[in-house]
Write a protein that binds this ligand. Structure first.
Ligand code: CP
Length: 336
C-alpha cells in the first residue's frame, strides 16, 4: 500500500513528479483527477490551511472531503493493541481505519505529539496505526513531520528562484521564540526537504537542547551525502544569517524538556531576540523569508519582515492547495 507519510519515503523522481504535477494544478486548478473519489480528513488538532486546502482541493478536482474530529464530532479512538477499553475511547483504530476505507479512497491524519514524553511521541503512533490498519492510502497532514508543508515550501522556493536546482543556496532554518513549546514537525520537515534539495543548510537554534531529533538529523546527513550541499548547526545569529539566500523560521520545544516545560520556559524566555527582524535580514544575501503559518507577528517575525516583498509565506500557503492535489491525485487518481 502506497502512503504519503514522509517525503523521505519517496524517490527523488517521485518527489519531482509531485512538484511538477502541483505546478500543473496551479496553472489549471479545476479538473476531474479525483472525480468520484473521496478523502476522510481526520483532525485530532486544529487547522486553518490544511483543512481548507484539502477540502477545496478535493472539490476542485471533482472529489469530496469529509472532516472528522475524534473526541469532538466523532468517537474517541483507542490506539493501543490488546487493551481493555474501559476508558474514554469508544472504538479502536482497527475498526476506524477499516470502516473509513470502505467509504473513502484516502485518509488524511493530523495528530500532534502529546508533549509529555518524546520517546513515545517520536513513534508517531497515531499515523503509523492508521497506515497499519487502513485499506486505503494514508496522508500525513502533520504529526511529527509535515510533508505537505515541505512540498509547498519547495515549490515556493523553486518559483521564487526560477529554477528547480536550488543547490548552492544558503538556507537558514532558524528557531524563534514563542510563548509555548511547539511541535518540531515543521522544523524536522524543513531540515529534511532543504537538504534533499542539495542546499547548504544551517540549523540555527539557541542551545544544543534545541537540536532536532537524531532521526531527522540523520535524514539530513543522508540527504547531504546523496544530494551534495552541507549541514551545520549554529548558535551564532550573525554568522548564520550572513549571506543567507533563504531564511525559514519556526519555533519548537526542546526535546530533552518534554514533560518538564516549566524548566524549558526559563531557557526559552532568554532567547526572545531570535525574532526575525530587519536587522538580521540585512545580513543576508537579500534572502527570501518564509514560515509555515500560523505566525505570531512581532514575536516570531516583525511586521516589516512579514510585509516585505521578500516574504513568500503566503505563496507557500497557497501552494498547499496545489501540492495536496498532486498527492491526492497520485494516491487515489492514479495521476501525478
Ligand atoms: N501550516 C499549516 O499546516 O497550517 P494549519 O495548522 O492552519 O493547517
Amino acid at each position: 500500500m502506497k502512503h504519503f507519510l514522509n517525503t523521505q519515503d519517496l524517490s527523488r523522481a517521485e518527489l519531482d513528479a509531485l512538484l511538477a504535477a502541483a505546478a500543473r494544478f496551479k496553472r489549471a486548478p479545476v479538473g476531474e483527477a479525483l472525480k468520484g473519489k473521496s478523502i476522510a480528513l481526520v483532525f485530532f488538532n486544529a487547522s486553518l490551511r490544511t483543512r481548507a486546502s484539502f477540502e477545496l482541493g478535493a472539490f476542485q478536482l471533482g472529489g469530496h472531503a469529509i472532516v472528522l474530529q475524534p473526541g469532538k464530532d466523532a468517537w474517541p479512538i483507542e490506539f493501543d493493541l490488546g487493551t481493555v477499553m474501559d476508558g474514554d475511547a469508544e472504538e479502536h483504530i482497527a475498526e476506524v481505519a477499516k470502516v473509513l476505507g470502505r467509504y473513502c479512497d484516502l485518509i488524511g491524519v493530523r495528530a500532534f505529539p502529546k508533549f509529555t514524553d518524546w520517546s513515545l511521541d517520536r513513534q508517531d503512533r497515531v499515523l503509523q496505526a492508521f497506515a497499519r490498519h487502513a485499506t486505503v492510502p494514508v496522508v500525513n497532514m502533520e504529526t511529527i513531520t509535515h510533508p505537505c508543508q515541505e512540498l509547498a515550501h519547495a515549490m515556493a522556493l523553486r518559483e521564487h528562484f526560477g529554477t528547480n536546482d536550488l543547490r548552492g543556496k544558503k538556507y537558514v532554518l532558524t528557531w524563534t521564540y514563542h510563548p509555548k513549546p511547539l511541535n518540531t514537525a515543521v522544523a524536522n520537515s524543513a531540515l529534511t526537504i532543504a537538504t534533499r534539495l542539495g542546499m547548504d543548510v544551517t540549523l540555527l537554534c539557541p542551545t544544543p537542547d534545541y537540536v532536532l531529533d537524531e532521526r531527522y538529523m540523520g535524514w539530513a546527513r543522508d540527504n547531504v551525502a546523496e544530494a551534495g550541499g552541507s549541514l551545520h548547526v549554529s548558535h551564532d545569529i550573525e554568522a548564520a544569517y550572513a549571506g543567507a539566500d533563504v531564511v525559514y523560521a519556526k519555533s519548537w520545544g526542546a526535546l530533552p524538556f518534554f514533560g518538564s516545560w516549566a524548566a524549558e520556559k526559563a531557557i526559552r524566555d532568554r532567547y526572545r531576540h531570535f525574532i526575525v527582524d530587519e536587522a538580521k535580514m540585512a545580513l543576508t544575501n537579500d534572502a527570501v523569508f518564509s514560515h509555515c503559518l500560523p505566525l505570531r507577528r512581532n514575536v516570531k517575525a516583525t511586521d516589516a519582515v512579514m510585509d516585505s516583498p521578500r516574504c513568500i509565506a503566503i505563496d507557500e500557503a497557497e501552494n498547499r492547495l496545489h501540492v495536496q492535489k498532486a498527492v491526492m491525485a497520485w494516491l487515489a487518481g492514479g495521476a501525478a
